[in-house]
Design a protein. Structure first.
Length: 335
């Protein structure tokens, strides 16, 4: 076993050394400040190149993420992917470009699992976004300012805390629930959003989303738990439930949407997927079954069956039941 492989399998001593070095550098920061950036860089660069070059095959990218990637340098990826693996990782974890080489992100994932404190807080990702849609008369029909913070832990668990500032412009009254109508007008509201989930790459994982705040002049509380099962790279299934408790000036009601989704991959090119949902608002079952046999550039054979009626209904000819068969193939006319 090479020294590099040993470190990837036993990262704890290197992690402790990394933390100790960072502590020492913080202590001597005033000295480096007096020496200046150029001189300080020369002093640190020589031992850094020697140690990191021998241990990690350092490519001197100046954006080191070893402390985020299980002490595995992602710049050794033949595609230089720094944000995670590509879609071509082989079933045995090896690289699609160099079949004899283990994917660097495969090593990064398993190296992170062996850190001495896997539950330690890993990363904080604050972000903001704004979406808006106007009609042709210049009315802002939908607008949302989204402010969020993602708290990620090394074991893969995450916790999100968000705030949404929303605006809905209604031009025509509509029925949101039997005998409950939302009048025309502009509705400005705020809502809080909390999301928590366990490691989504584990065989069993869970996720829950809680949203509460203003809604069309009233209030809404949405709870959406999800449970997921993964069996290797071939089968995964999930069960979801979304409950909306809505209280408006014109009436209060509760809606539920329950669903399950399953996917089985016979191989990387052949798959079968199914989705079944029940909406108690419409008292309606819906199902979608898809079979795919992929060729080059996402071409191939696709068979899709949709049914949005009660599952016990045996009527064959209905407008809301369909079977679609599609076949496409890529032709090279120049060669």
């Amino acid at each position: 076993m090479s020294l590099r492989s040993f470190i990837q399998d036993h990262p704890a001593p290197l992690v402790w050394s990394w933390e100790a070095t960072a502590f020492v550098l913080r202590l001597v920061r005033p000295v480096f400040a007096k020496l200046g950036m150029e001189t300080s860089s020369k002093i640190v660069k020589v031992p850094e190149e020697l140690i990191k070059g021998a241990l990690f095959n350092c490519q001197d990218c100046a954006q080191c993420v070893l402390h985020y990637s299980g002490m595995t340098c992602p710049m050794n990826c033949p595609k230089s992917l720094r944000n995670g693996p590509c879609g071509g990782v082989r079933a045995n974890g090896n690289c699609e470009v160099k079949p004899e080489m283990v994917c660097v992100w495969y090593n990064a994932y398993h190296g992170s699992e062996r850190w001495p404190w896997p539950e330690e807080f890993h990363e904080l990702r604050p972000h903001a976004s704004y979406n808006a849609y106007w009609n042709f008369d210049g009315l802002l029909e939908t607008g949302r300012v989204h402010l969020d913070q993602h708290w990620q832990f090394r074991a893969g668990h995450e916790f999100h805390t968000g705030l949404n500032l929303t605006r809905e412009g209604v031009t025509v009254p509509f029925e949101i629930f039997p005998d409950v109508f939302v009048p025309a007008g502009t509705y400005d509201h705020q809502e809080a959003q909390l999301v928590a989930f366990t490691n989504q790459g584990a065989p069993l994982s869970a996720r829950v989303r809680l949203t509460f705040g203003g809604f069309f002049g009233g209030s809404r509380v949405n709870v959406a738990p999800q449970f997921r099962l993964r069996m290797g790279d071939t089968f995964n299934a999930e069960a979801t439930w979304s409950r909306n408790d809505i209280d408006l000036p014109w009436g209060a009601f509760v809606t539920n949407l329950v669903g399950t989704r399953m996917s089985y991959s016979f191989n990387p090119r052949v798959y079968l997927q199914a989705l079944v949902q029940y909406n108690d608002r419409a008292d309606l079952w819906s199902s979608n079954i898809r079979f795919g046999w992929l060729n080059q550039a996402n071409t191939g054979l696709f068979v899709v069956y949709n049914d949005t009626q009660g599952l016990a209904d045996s009527t064959l000819l209905r407008a809301d039941r369909s079977l679609t068969i599609k076949f496409s193939r890529l032709l090279d006319l120049l060669n």
